[in-house]
Design a binder for this molecule. Sequence first.
Ligand code: AVJ
Length: 322
Amino acid sequence: SRIRLHQILDWDSPQQNTSLRRELAAGLLQQQAAIAPKFFYDKLGSRLFEAITELPEYYPTRTEAAIFDKHLADIRKALGEDFTLIDLGCGSCGKAGRLFHAGLLPSRYVAVDISVEFMRDSLQQLKRELPAIEMTGVGLDFTAELQLPDDIPLERRTFFYPGSSIGNFSPPDAERFLRGLADRMDASGGLLIGVDLVKDKAVLDAAYDDPLGVTAAFNRNLLRHVNARLGADFDIGDWRHVAFYNIANARIEMYLEARRALTVSWPEAAIRHFAAGERIHTENSYKYSPEGFTALLDSAGFGDIQPWTDPHNWFALFFARP
Ligand code: AVJ
C-alpha cells in the first residue's frame, strides 16, 4: 500500500519560482527587511525544527503532547469516528503518528507541508507503520492559499493545526486564516488546534534562544535556503540570531542581525546594503490567553469550543466546530 502525493508547491515550475523569488526579493528590499517564516523549512530547516522540539528549553511540543496524553478520551469523543485528519504543517508527522499509535485513528490522513521532500519521506515511514490508514501528502504553501486536492471528501474533515504554528500569523491574519478553514468544512467538520499561552518572559526567551544554539542554527539556516532559492550571496557567518519576547505585543520576535556593514546581492542586479546591527525580521510567534484565543475562534466562525490545558497553563489545545 502506498501514499498518494500532490505536489502543488513546486520550485521547479517557472511561474511559481518567479513569484516565490519576487516575494523573497521584495521582503529583502523593504526598509525593515523581512523573510517569511515559511522559508525556514527546507529539508535541513525541517530537521533543525525537529531538533528544537527536543530541547529542554522548548516546552511547547512536550507540553502539547502531555495534554494529548491526559485528555485523549475527551479528544476522541470530540473527534468521533470516520473522520479525515488534515494536518497543516505536518513536518515529521510525529504529532499525528503519536495520536494514531494511541488508538485515535482517522479513516484518512492528509499531510500538508511546504517542505515537500521531508513530508514525503515522513509520510512514507508513517504509512509503513500504519498501512490501514489511507494517506495523502500535499506539498503546499497553505499560507498563500489552502488549495486542497478535489479527491479529499468534504464530510467529516478535521483540520489539525498543532504546535502553535497559528502564532506565526498576526491576530487579524490568524482570524482570516481560521475563517478560511471554517469555509473549507461542512457542519460535520472540526478544528483541533494547539496554541502557546502567554507566560513569564524568562521562560519564553529561553525557549527561543537556547544555549546550545539550535534555534540560532534554525534561524541562520534561512539564509542558506535563500541563497539556494534566490541565488543570493549571504555569508552566514555575518549574521547573529536575535530572539526575545515582546511583552506589549505578546509575541516572540526573531531576527537575523548583521555583525558588520555588508552588502548582499542576487541575480537581476539586485543589491541590498545592511548597516552593522541592522536586522532582518524572520518570525513572530504570538502567544494568547485562553480567553483571547477562544474569542478569536468565535469571531472566525467557530463554536462549541472545548479547551484543554496543562497544569501550568503554558499551552492550550482547542477543538471547535464551524
Ligand atoms: C513552528 C511556528 C510553532 O513559533 O514556536 C521554534 C517555530 N521558531 N523556534 C514556534 C520556532 C523558533 C515554532 N512554530
